[in-house]
Write a protein that binds this ligand. Structure first.
Ligand code: ZN
Length: 106
């Protein structure tokens, strides 16, 4: 695992990421509220419980993107997909998502 990912993981477990609540606690900011939802923006709030993000379906989108990336890595390792086709698959999905066509049959 890349060092930055390990750092993120450890800081998220120990609530040491720069959420607005932590920035207030560290004297770096005055307002601990979420800019999307007027609740206190903690690490948990950012990663899994923001009501606005939940209502917009962003968490399932992020979840599916992570699984898609893992599937590409596993398929590439198994020799099922050539590595150069992986990036085009991800790019195509990103374009489809931005155009609102993700999940539709074409
Ligand atoms: Zn929020």
């Amino acid at each position: 695992m890349a060092p930055l990912r390990i750092s993120f993981l450890i800081r998220s477990v120990y609530d040491l990421l720069p959420s607005n609540a932590n920035l207030v606690r560290w004297g770096k900011k005055d307002d601990p509220t979420c800019p999307l939802y007027q609740g206190r923006q903690t690490t948990e709030h950012v990663l899994s419980s923001c009501k606005v993000v939940l209502s917009q379906g962003r968490y399932p989108w992020r979840h599916n993107r992570v699984l898609q990336g893992l599937a590409c890595v596993i398929s590439t390792a198994k020799g099922e997909i050539h590595p150069s086709s992986t990036s085009s698959t991800v790019f195509t999905t990103e374009v489809e998502s931005k155009n609102g066509t993700e999940g539709r049959s074409q």
